[in-house]
Write a protein that binds this ligand. Structure first.
Ligand SMILES: Nc1ncnc2c1ncn2[C@@H]1O[C@H](COP(=O)(O)O)[C@@H](OP(=O)(O)O)[C@H]1O
Ligand SMILES: [Mg+2]
Length: 272
């Protein structure tokens, strides 16, 4: 079972991704936002394609994009269904010339992710899925293959972590995980791709005890949930997206929903 909007959203994500490529590995103009994160012309090009396309697809569904997030809480709180968009996640990777940047669109309904689409402009790949729908990876239009989390890693435990953002608690957790699972393989990768590695069964856990915003995680959470994974806060609850004043997520653990070590890991993360 899929969702009727998914095919068009995939097209939009691919088009937005294509619009970023002329700026990638070129002398792009980098400006500084108030929070000092780099915003590029590429971000804005992708943002406008997604905004126009999503409005045309579903005129009644509002859009919240990282590049247009200044919408009063009172207005957002009245939304039941809305698009949550990160036009270019992994901006620093993009600027560094890495392939690890993504275009992200999620449909949210009553605080839960209905589905998400994550595109990788550098290679044209897309991941998409949602809880109860399934999850897929597509290398190009017309191609799609179902993906699933793995439960018992055949070749040892693989942890995924941010290339650039951590915290003392996260470093302690990584240390504890070495003690629990033996020396894990560590895959440092930028952007929402970390969730996708889990969703396709190439990694086992993505602990994030460091800040992210709602648009960084929603689309990839949809993919992971469709693939049999979960994104849990340190109370063991699914990450949700109801309107709040701040767009910051709590710390979270992304893992296979049925992992037998799930409770143990949450307990451990909570004590750090
Ligand atoms: N202090 C902070 N507050 C909020 N979000 C942060 C943050 N530090 C990093 N991030 C988020 O982490 C994302 C990158 O994740 P990672 O480190 O896993 O690659 C960034 O996305 P953008 O690249 O879209 O700005 C940014 O939003
Ligand atoms: Mg981001």
């Amino acid at each position: 079972m899929s969702h009727p909007h998914i095919p068009r959203v995939i097209e939009l994500v691919r088009a937005a991704g294509a619009a970023t490529l002329p700026y990638w590995r070129s002398d792009l103009a980098v400006t500084e936002k108030a929070d000092a994160s780099p915003v590029t012309a590429a971000d804005l090009a992708a943002h406008h394609i997604l905004l126009d396309g999503l409005r045309a697809l579903a005129p009644d569904v509002p859009v919240l994009s990282e590049e247009a997030a200044d919408i009063p809480l009172a207005e957002r709180a009245a939304w039941t269904r809305w698009w949550l968009v990160d036009p270019l996640d992994g901006t620093k990777e993009f600027i560094a010339g890495s392939e690890e940047f993504t275009v992200n669109v999620a449909l949210i309904e009553r605080g839960r992710v209905v589905f998400g689409v994550v595109g990788i402009p550098a290679n044209g790949r897309c991941y998409y899925g949602g809880a109860g729908l399934g999850a897929w990876r597509s290398e190009a239009p017309g191609d799609e293959r179902p993906i699933n989390v793995r439960l018992a890693p055949a070749q040892g435990f693989t942890l995924v972590a941010s290339k650039r953002h951590s915290s003392p608690a996260q470093e302690r957790l990584l240390g504890e995980l070495v003690a629990r699972f033996g020396e894990p393989a560590l895959a440092n990768i930028g952007s929402s791709l970390k969730f996708c590695l889990l969703a396709e069964g190439n990694a086992d856990c993505y602990p994030r005890l460091a800040p992210t915003s709602q648009w960084d995680t929603a689309a990839a959470q949809g993919v992971l949930e469709g693939a049999g994974g979960a994104v849990l806060n340190l109370a063991g609850e699914v990450l949700t997206y109801e309107a709040r004043e701040s767009f910051l997520n709590p710390s979270f653990l992304a893992l296979p929903a049925a992992a037998e070590w799930r409770g143990e890991l949450i307990e451990l993360a909570r004590t750090l």
